[in-house]
Design a protein around this ligand. Structure first.
Ligand code: SF4
Length: 260
């Protein structure tokens, strides 16, 4: 077991991004305007269950390329099967084959079962018990760097863990939908998820809470799933056409008034 200084050697340092360049008024309204248009089209996103950090870790590790409802169902099944009411120790100690069977319905069950078991064992080894509640004492950047040491946890997953869970930190889990929409809107140039998140976070108003970022991500994801799809975006029906260079190039300018 490591002590806390070893776990977070620079825990007293400044939060990354705390000194950022002041945005122009136009830059400052980019994300709020996208948010308002998406809210007007889709309405307020439904509230999801807020897990403790460890349960969210498990959920997020399982969630990639799997439908949200299915991932929730698999986590419920894991809870029932491995008696997770008092913690996830039974899941950690279960044979790999049993974990694979329990998550068989999601994508890449063999790989995810291995990542899950190894991660739960490593958390126990490093912290001395199987919990991530202690992360609440640390700064967001440090938490994310620590989480990203585990197999299968990249920038998108660490963002989901800190934003969606009871940690409720400011972060954007840039999945394939969020990445595609941001690039087509010209909000960020072509880049990986970590760089895209960093650039998007520069546009996030300081007044936005972690809950608002969660809503924003859900709205953008819904647009990517239903309208701004990978193969055939339906730009003519998109609430963002008036501010989207990609869409206007393909279908012409929007006809419902000025872009702002
Ligand atoms: S206008 Fe087209 S490309 Fe732009 S965000 Fe909407 S669907 Fe995507």
């Amino acid at each position: 077991m490591q002590n806390e200084e070893e776990l977070f050697p620079e825990a007293a340092g400044e939060e990354a991004g705390s000194h950022r360049r002041r945005l122009t008024p136009e830059e400052a309204d980019k994300l709020p305007y996208v948010h308002r248009l998406l809210l007007g089209h889709f309405g307020q996103p439904p509230r999801h269950e807020i897990f403790d950090p460890l349960t969210q870790f498990i959920y997020s590790l399982l969630a990639s390329r799997t439908k949200t409802e299915l991932t929730y169902a698999v986590v419920r099944n894991l809870r029932a099967r491995f008696g997770a009411k008092d913690g996830w120790e039974n899941l950690r100690d279960a044979p790999l084959k049993d974990i694979e069977d329990a998550i068989r319905d999601i994508t890449f069950p063999e790989q995810k079962a291995l990542h899950l078991k190894v991660s739960l064992e490593q958390i126990t080894e490093r912290y001395g018990s199987l919990t991530l509640d202690f992360l609440a004492r640390y700064r967001t950047g440090k938490i994310r760097a620590w989480l990203e040491q585990f197999p299968g946890i990249g920038a998108q997953t660490s963002a989901a863990i800190v934003n969606f869970s009871t940690l409720r930190r400011k972060a954007i889990p840039v999945d394939a939908h969020h990445l595609r929409v941001s690039q087509r809107l010209g909000l960020t140039p072509r880049a990986d998820a970590a760089t895209t998140e960093e650039r998007l976070m520069r546009l996030v108003p300081e007044t936005w809470t972690a809950e608002m970022l969660d809503d924003h991500h859900q709205l953008v994801k819904k647009l990517g799933q239903t309208i701004c799809t990978f193969d055939s975006p339906r730009c003519g029906q998109c609430p963002l056409l008036k501010i989207c260079p990609y869409g206007q190039k393909h279908v012409g300018p929007a006809t419902d008034g000025p872009s702002r």
